[in-house]
Design a protein around this ligand. Structure first.
Ligand code: NAD
Length: 471
């Protein structure tokens, strides 16, 4: 843990082992925060806020930029540990690390541009200004699928806006977050501005959210947990940013470039073994091109090499947890019982590690569980459609609204569906999501608020109106 500028080991605290998902071996031991540790973190963050809030944006920017440089310098070490406790192939781990450096750098630039405004007064002796001030101590909860990137976004948004932060990242993949705390420490971030704790998630979130000193909550993870935390935050009138699950529809129209769509989608679906909230996960393909698409997509996706992320031949790693393997098995057996056929994959792989192969299901009925529940794994269900309004209503029928993908050569179709899809993000004919300079967020049950883009600081700033007169 990292509290008030000090790294804290297990000592006599409870803790839990950290596993390598590729072979089930224990790679470390994580301490659990005691209530006194959480109180110490809250007190440190509150104390640090009194100074950090008035620290020049230039200095905040300098620290974030310095961390960006360190992330790049330490890429090999961080990526190695990330593959060891999270499982993704080393090349993907490096991509995550380099992406995190870009996020830190972008926040370093953008935090110097937190502006207010002047409102023309009715009376010339009056001056009306609007300023934006940091809300205070933030409690943030980040997940295991992109442990470095997701934690870094929350830390940079909080620190860049002048807030301080207590982060509880996922106990399943902690190494990258510990490395992050070390880099902020090495960059000279004042003690208490960033605190990292681990433990029993429900106990930590309840303790932090109920504290009157904590003013903002940010969570990335599953919808049920997000709703629970948002309700608790609401009871204490605290701001929330929620980046929750999705079930991203893919609409492949009859005029699409099928080769391009199949190749791009196979690449994107395989990222992090499908454990991505924005992963393409419901494939609606026009009936006249469905067979061709199914064949090409399953050929490209099915040939991913599944194995230990440390092996350079591996192009898809294990699932982070064995509970995800059981979930995939259940999705496939439910879908096939309801009429879907398996084009590739379909069965959990034997041996140690949480491996499930790339799997494609054809003619999957809308009643199959996988068409209604987020798979969060390497299973891709395909169904067909015949009409644009029909597919829009099926795509919009679920309570999710995070990402969506469209493949068409028609500007008319693109414009029509992009403006009607109920989603926080729409990509047409390519993938361009989660860049530091673009907003990431969902609608409906997929959450509220944005991370990234010029919106990134909004949830961390309170608006204050000041009216002064010289009369
Ligand atoms: P889960 O619901 O058990 O846990 C999700 C996350 O929430 C974990 O990081 C966990 O540590 C944390 N958590 C659980 N209870 C908590 C509490 N009371 N307070 C604070 N944090 C709490 O799900 P899982 O099996 O670990 O992951 C699968 C699901 O998680 C997927 O269906 C997906 O929707 C979601 N997920 C989403 C993202 C994302 O980027 N939006 C990332 C990871 C997981």
């Amino acid at each position: 843990m990292y509290i008030d500028g000090h790294f804290i080991g297990a000592d006599d605290r409870d803790g839990e082992p950290v596993y390598n998902p590729a072979n089930g071996q224990v790679v470390g031991q994580l301490p659990h925060a005691m209530p006194e540790d959480l109180d110490a973190a809250i007190a440190a963050a509150d104390r640090a806020f009194q100074t950090w809030r008035w620290t020049s944006p230039l200095e905040r920017s300098r620290i974030l930029r310095s961390v960006a440089g360190m992330i790049r310098d330490r890429v090999e070490d961080i990526a190695y540990s990330l593959t060891m406790d999270q499982g993704k192939p080393l090349t993907e781990a490096r991509m995550e690390v380099m992406g995190a450096a870009d996020h830190a750098e972008w926040h370093a630039e953008e935090c110097r541009r937190i502006y207010g405004r002047v409102i023309p007064p009715r009376d010339p002796s009056v001056r009306q200004t609007v300023i934006r001030q940091p809300v205070g101590v933030c409690a943030s909860f980040s997940p295991w699928n992109y442990p470095l990137n997701q934690a870094l976004r929350k830390i940079c948004a909080a620190l860049g806006s002048g807030c301080t932060i207590i982060l509880k990242a996922s106990e399943d993949a902690p190494s990258a977050v510990v490395a992050l705390a070390q880099m902020f420490h090495d960059a000279g971030l004042p003690a208490g501005c960033l605190n990292v704790v681990w433990g029993v998630p429900a106990q930590i979130s309840e303790h932090l959210i109920k504290s009157p000193n904590v003013r903002k909550i940010s969570f990335t993870g599953s919808i049920p947990v997000g709703k629970h935390l948002a309700a608790m935050a609401g009871a204490h009138m605290k701001r929330v940013t929620m980046e929750l699950g999705g079930h991203s529809p893919v609409l492949v129209f009859d005029d699409a470039d099928i080769d391009k769509a199949a190749t791009l989608l196979a690449g994107y679906k395989g990222l992090n073994a499908g454990q991505v909230c924005m992963s393409p996960s419901r494939f609606y393909v026009h009936e006249s091109v469905a067979e061709e698409f199914g064949e090409k997509f399953s050929k490209a996706f099915g040939t991913r090499v599944v194995g230990d992320g440390m092996d350079s031949a591996t192009t898809m790693g294990p699932l982070a947890h064995n509970r995800r393997v059981s979930a995939m098995t259940e999705f496939v057996s439910d879908a096939t019982a309801k009429g879907a056929s398996i084009l590739t994959g379909g069965k959990a792989m034997s041996g140690p590690g949480n491996f499930f192969p790339p799997t494609v299901l054809m003619n999957t009925p809308d009643t199959a569980n996988i068409m209604r529940e987020e798979p969060f794994g390497p299973v891709a269900p395909i169904t067909t459609f015949s009409d644009v309004d029909e597919v829009l209503s099926r795509a919009n029928a679920l309570p999710f609204g995070l990402a969506s993908y469209v493949f068409t050569q028609s500007l008319r179709t693109s414009h029509y569906v992009a403006s009607r899809l109920e989603a926080g993000m729409v990509n047409v004919n390519h993938f361009g999501i989660a860049l530091p300079e673009t907003p990431l967020g969902g609608v409906k049950d997929s959450g509220m608020g944005s991370e990234g883009g010029s919106e990134t600081f909004d949830a961390y700033l309170a608006t204050k109106f000041i009216s002064e007169t010289t009369a």
